[in-house]
Design a protein around this ligand. Structure first.
Ligand code: PML
Ligand code: MG
Length: 249
């Protein structure tokens, strides 16, 4: 039996009451792992670089194994440069070579930067025009119900390629699920953690780590999913939020 466990934490009250987002994470685990992981996620909410949460919501529910989709992990690439400007130039080259227009990228980034409060979820933008397609406001679309099929094996595999850390591991799982949706062409992600300057772009079958995408101490981040202009948003949202995906290596 598998369980989905999700944590979201905020400061100044619950997210829906205007609290400031501190942290969110999730896993899919067996019954034996559930207690320890619950404690780990609470610890994370209480000891985060963005502050100590005063609202923590843990949600746990069992998953029907017959409904699980298995998706192979994206291939990982890595480019670290000296300046934020250089990293943006590379992000632009990669995404525009893979079906996202420069106009869409600029518009998406402009939308992301103009949000008053860090978004918990992602902006959905038209890959040709950059127009925002979702109507989810500051919440954005929150991808959920995903994990590595075998976490220790996957972490070992990527560690051997030089890729470590919980930011990387969680982001690779999320990006793999996102790109497995046929409507999605690519993604741009900047971490919202002030002490984490590496982000990524993903496209095709690749997760491309890039840094620095911002200066240290900056907690403005977020995600943009670039989609086909004809995307059925209800279907996309249903898949990304509710279908369980286990990522294999
Ligand atoms: C986040 O903070 O949620 C995004 C993390 C991006 C990780 C990038 C990487 O290290 O590969
Ligand atoms: Mg974060």
């Amino acid at each position: 039996m598998y369980y989905s466990i999700r944590m979201r934490a905020a400061q100044g009250g619950a997210h829906e009451e205007g609290g400031h987002h501190i942290s969110g994470a999730e896993r899919i685990v067996t019954k034996d792992e559930l207690e320890q992981l619950s404690a780990d996620l609470v610890h994370r909410a209480l000891h985060h670089s963005k502050g100590c949460a005063d609202f923590i919501r843990l949600t746990i529910d069992a998953i029907d194994e017959a409904t699980i989709h298995y998706v192979p992990a994206l291939a990982v690439n890595n480019t670290q440069v000296c300046t934020v400007t250089e990293a943006y130039t590379i992000a632009n080259e990669l995404l525009t070579a893979h079906g996202i227009t420069d106009r869409a990228l600029q518009q998406g980034l402009q939308l992301l930067r103009s949000q008053k409060e860090a978004m918990r979820g992602a902006l959905i933008c038209n890959a040709l025009t950059g127009e925002r397609l979702d109507t989810l406001g500051n919440r954005g679309l929150r991808v959920s119900r995903m994990a590595f099929a075998n976490e220790s094996e996957a972490c070992q595999h990527f560690q051997e390629q030089g890729h470590t850390g919980v930011h990387f591991q969680e982001a690779l799982v999320l990006a793999t699920k996102v790109l497995s949706a046929p409507q999605v062409i690519g993604e741009f992600c900047i971490s919202d953690d002030p002490d984490y300057t590496i982000g990524y772009v993903s496209y095709g079958h690749t997760y491309h780590r890039l840094g620095p995408l911002k200066e240290l101490g900056d907690s403005r981040g977020g995600r943009i999913f670039f989609v086909h202009p004809e995307t059925n948003l209800t279907e996309l949202q249903e898949y990304l939020e509710n279908t369980t995906v286990l990522v294999t290596i």
